[in-house]
Design a protein around this ligand. Structure first.
Ligand SMILES: Nc1ncnc2c1ncn2[C@@H]1O[C@H](COP(=O)(O)OP(=O)(O)OP(=O)(O)O)[C@@H](O)[C@H]1O
Length: 362
C-alpha cells in the first residue's frame, strides 16, 4: 500500500497519526555542557517514550543534576537538541519556558514542601501559579491526595508527616497540572528501604493508571530494578549503556554498570574469589559463572544434573525482573566437564565464563 507523502511528518489531514503519537516525550541529541574543562554532559543522546519509566543511573558527579537542569531549562547546554513533546527548548526565553515547565512535574530528594502551607495548599501550588481559582485547585488537590493515599492529611502541615508521607505529597504536587513528564530526582534517597519500596510502588501504579512518563534519576540500581522499564547508565557525561532493565541486569557490559550492580546482583563469594588460580591443578575444580535469561533459568540446574557428575552450586539463583526469570549461578565442577557444560548451555543462550580454578573443595 502506498504511504501518503505527509505520513513522515506525522500528520495526515491535521490528525496526528500513529508515528506522531509515538513521538518521544523527551528527546536529547548530542547534548553537551562543559564547566571549564569539565565535560558535565559530553554528547548525551537519549529518548524517553510516552508512558515509559526510564531509569537514569550514575555515580556522584556523572552529570545527572546537570541533565535535569538542562531538561527543565535552568541550564543551557553548549550545544545539542533537547525536545520536550517535540518542542526544542534550547534557546527559549524564560517566558517561553514557562508553559513547557508546566508539562514537567518534579519530585525532589528532600521533598521541597512549603512548611507554612497545608498539605493541600502544597499540592495545589502549581495550579495557583497556573492561575486556577481556589475552589478548583483545592478540588484537584483532594483528588490527588486521594490517589496517593493521604486524604486524611489534607489540612495537616508538612512537619506532621513522615518522610514517606511527605514524598507522597511531593508526588501529588508533581501530578497536579497533569504533566507529560515526571522528573524524579533521587526521590527515595532520603527514605528507609521499606518506605522506598512503597514510594516506588506508588510511582509504578501512577504510571500504569495515568500513563504518565517518568524519568527517574538515581544512583541506586535497586531503585531501577524495582520500577524502571529501561535503564540508561551515565558516566562522565556520557551514556555508557542502555537497554531494558532485565537485559542490563542479566548481562551488563560497561564497567560502570557492573560496579553499580555489585551488591544488587549475585557475585562470587569472597572466600572463593580469594582462592582462585588462573590454571587447573591435577585434582582441582574450575569455578564458572552462568548468566541465563528466560524460562530455562529455572530448569538449567536440574538438566545439568543428568549430564555432569560432581558439580556443585556455590552461590546464585533465579530472580524475576520485569516478569522474566534472570538466573546467575556460580558452580564448581571438574575441569574435564567443560565441553559437556558448553554443549548443554548452547540451546538456552546462556553465557558461560570460567572464572578460575581451585585446588580442592571450596
Ligand atoms: N556549576 C558548576 N560549575 C562547575 N562545575 C560543575 C558545575 N555543575 C556541575 N559541575 C561538574 O560537572 C560534573 C557533573 O556534575 P553533576 O552535579 O551534574 O553530577 P551528578 O551526577 O548530579 O552528581 P551528584 O549525584 O553528586 O549530584 C561534576 O564534575 C561537577 O563537579
Amino acid at each position: 500500500m502506498p504511504v501518503p507523502a505527509d505520513a513522515a511528518s506525522g500528520v495526515a489531514d491535521g490528525v496526528p497519526n500513529q508515528s506522531a503519537a509515538a513521538k518521544p516525550v523527551v528527546r536529547l541529541d548530542d547534548v553537551r555542557r562543559h564547566f571549564g574543562t569539565t565535560p558535565a554532559l559530553d554528547g548525551i543522546s537519549l529518548t524517553v517514550a510516552k508512558g515509559e519509566i526510564l531509569g537514569l543511573i550514575g555515580r556522584s558527579g556523572a552529570g545527572k543534576s546537570t541533565l535535569i537542569r538542562c531538561l527543565n531549562g535552568l541550564e543551557r547546554p553548549d550545544s545539542g537538541v533537547i525536545e520536550i513533546e517535540g518542542s526544542d527548548i534550547v534557546g527559549l526565553s524564560e517566558e517561553q519556558l514557562q508553559p513547557l515547565r508546566r508539562r514537567i512535574g518534579m519530585i525532589f530528594q528532600h521533598f521541597n514542601l512549603l512548611s507554612a502551607k497545608t498539605v493541600e495548599d502544597n499540592v495545589a501550588l502549581p495550579l495557583k501559579i497556573a492561575g486556577w481559582d481556589r475552589a478548583k485547585r483545592l478540588a484537584r488537590a483532594r483528588e490527588l491526595l486521594d490517589l496517593v493515599g493521604l486524604t486524611d492529611k489534607a489540612r495537616a502541615y508538612p512537619r506532621a508527616l513522615s518522610g514517606g508521607q511527605k514524598q507522597r505529597v511531593g508526588i501529588a504536587r508533581a501530578l497536579a497540572a497533569n504533566p507529560a513528564l515526571i522528573l524524579s530526582d533521587e526521590a527515595t534517597s532520603a527514605l528507609d528501604p521499606e518506605t522506598t519500596g512503597s514510594i516506588l510502588a506508588l510511582l509504578k501504579d501512577i504510571n500504569a493508571r495515568l500513563g504518565v512518563t517518568i524519568l527517574l534519576i538515581t544512583h541506586e540500581m535497586e531503585v531501577v530494578r524495582q520500577v524502571a522499564d529501561r535503564v540508561a547508565v551515565i558516566d562522565k557525561g556520557r551514556i555508557v549503556e542502555e537497554g531494558p532493565v532485565w537485559s542490563v541486569f542479566s548481562r551488563p557490559e560497561a564497567d560502570t554498570t557492573k560496579a553499580l550492580l555489585s551488591g544488587v546482583r549475585a557475585s562470587l563469594p569472597r572466600h572463593v574469589a580469594a582462592r582462585l588460580a588462573p590454571s587447573a591443578t591435577a585434582r582441582g575444580e574450575m569455578i564458572v559463572s552462568i548468566d541465563i535469561t528466560g524460562p530455562q533459568a529455572a530448569t538449567l540446574l536440574p538438566g545439568l544434573a543428568t549430564e555432569i557428575a560432581g558439580w556443585r552450586l556455590i552461590h546464585g539463583g533465579v530472580e524475576t525482573i520485569q516478569e522474566r526469570p534472570v538466573g546467575r549461578f556460580f558452580l564448581a565442577l571438574p575441569v574435564s566437564s567443560l565441553a559437556t557444560l558448553q554443549a548443554h548451555l548452547v540451546p538456552s543462550g546462556a553465557h558461560l565464563e570460567v572464572l578460575g580454578h581451585v585446588a580442592d573443595d571450596v
